[in-house]
Design a protein around this ligand. Structure first.
Ligand SMILES: Cc1ncc(COP(=O)(O)O)c(C=O)c1O
Length: 373
């Protein structure tokens, strides 16, 4: 048997990693400007993370969600304190798509409504409901399309109001910065109106912070730059720095009904120890401030070039839009300069480095990009 062949693979085989450096099986070093798609926020192999995970592994890995697990309580408490959402509850699951599924389901249960509004260029995952609210027909099966979803243009307040005023919409789901769709940020006024109209029409606002969360933009959540408060916040990717861990942060007005949500593996002791150490490191190593500072530095120093149309994003979530296909540029960066980057569509290089990146490493990227261009 072979792995199901659904990924485009680069010809690199990593065997170890430290901070922002990845080493391959030939002993070559690569600068990680992608963090495995915004996952490795505290960097690779942080000593506190390794210690926490190995200590926990030696003690207890799993017992089921039928018994008390104080690490889950600690994580919820700590996350509530760090984000300012102390009065929310935390439902744990294993992947971003699963967090989105559960948030959609909660919104539908709570409102007794079925329809959902999502946005063009939005990405929320590939499972049933998550795939349905993702604007990409090429990954949407007939099965995904049975859900009642309407896609609107971001910043189109008039249509949004018209739809929500029908009072038939269970939820609006939105990324505070669209990542996979090309690093596009909705206008702040649009987001603020969205929150207001959701309140007025009793529509649940689901904020997908799976890529933007855990300090990437310089605040814990990207929506916190806007002073808005969603009803449901989806979290995932960097939560346990590479171990499968995701969740939904749930406002107090949702009723927790036994048995409605649940999963076997989520919240296990090892991922909880990992997630707690991620919060520790984010705070103690001051990584959110570093994300903002290094993000500003990168944006300032990315070379001006007639080949570049726009540089956008916030903190360490940066899109460099080219007037040409980026695949050859990314290949040169990878194979000639040993720098791993991401992309969004055909024309955007997406930078999502670990939040511990140094100014020296930013220079390495900038000089490499200059040379390649
Ligand atoms: C904004 C957003 N939502 C949801 C997901 C889905 O997460 P996962 O791949 O863990 O299912 C992603 C993954 O890229 C994402 O970027």
């Amino acid at each position: 048997m072979n792995p199901f062949n659904v990924y485009n693979l680069f010809n690199v085989t990593p065997v170890s990693a430290h901070g922002c450096t990845i080493k391959d099986d030939k002993g070559q070093e690569f600068l990680d400007m992608y963090a495995g798609n915004a996952v490795m926020n505290i960097g690779h192999s942080h000593p506190k993370y390794i210690q926490a995970v190995t200590d926990q592994l030696q003690q207890l890995t799993y017992c089921s969600n039928m018994v008390k697990n104080p690490l889950q309580d600690q994580l919820a408490l700590r996350l509530g304190k760090m984000t300012g959402y102390d009065d929310y509850s935390l439902f744990l699951c294993n992947s971003g798509a699963e967090a989105v599924e559960n948030a959609l389901k909660l919104a539908s249960f709570h409102t007794g409504r079925q329809r959902v509004i999502a946005f063009k260029r939005g990405y929320h995952g590939r499972t049933s409901g998550a795939g349905a609210v993702t604007d990409n027909p090429s990954i949407s099966s007939l099965f995904n399309r049975v859900h009642k979803v309407i896609f609107l243009d971001i910043n189109d307040t008039a249509t949004l109001k018209k739809e929500l005023e029908t009072q038939k919409v269970a939820a609006v789901i939105i990324e505070p910065i669209q990542g996979t769709g090309g690093v596009h940020t909705p206008q702040p006024e649009f987001m603020q109106t969205l929150e207001l109209v959701c309140r007025q029409t009793e529509t649940m606002l689901i904020m997908d912070e799976i890529q933007t969360g855990f300090g990437r933009t310089g605040k814990f959540f990207a929506h916190q730059w806007l002073n808005i408060h969603p009803d449901l916040i989806c979290i995932g990717k960097p939560m346990a720095n590479g171990l499968p861990c995701a969740g939904v942060m749930i406002a107090p007005h949702f009723e927790a009904v036994k048995g409605r949500l649940g999963t076997t593996l989520a919240g296990n002791y090892v991922t909880m120890a990992a997630a707690l150490s991620v919060l520790d490191v984010l705070e103690k190593d001051n990584l959110m401030a570093n994300a903002k500072a290094m993000g500003d530095f990168l944006k300032e120093h990315i070379p001006a070039s007639p080949r570049i149309k726009e540089v956008r994003g916030k903190g360490l979530m940066i899109g460099i839009e080219f007037r040409e296909l980026v695949a050859p540029i990314r290949q040169k960066l990878l194979y000639d300069k040993h720098i791993i980057t991401g992309s969004a569509g055909m024309n955007v290089i997406r930078l999502l480095p670990p939040l511990c990146i140094t100014q020296q490493e930013c220079y390495t990227f900038i000089n490499a990009l200059k040379a390649v261009l």
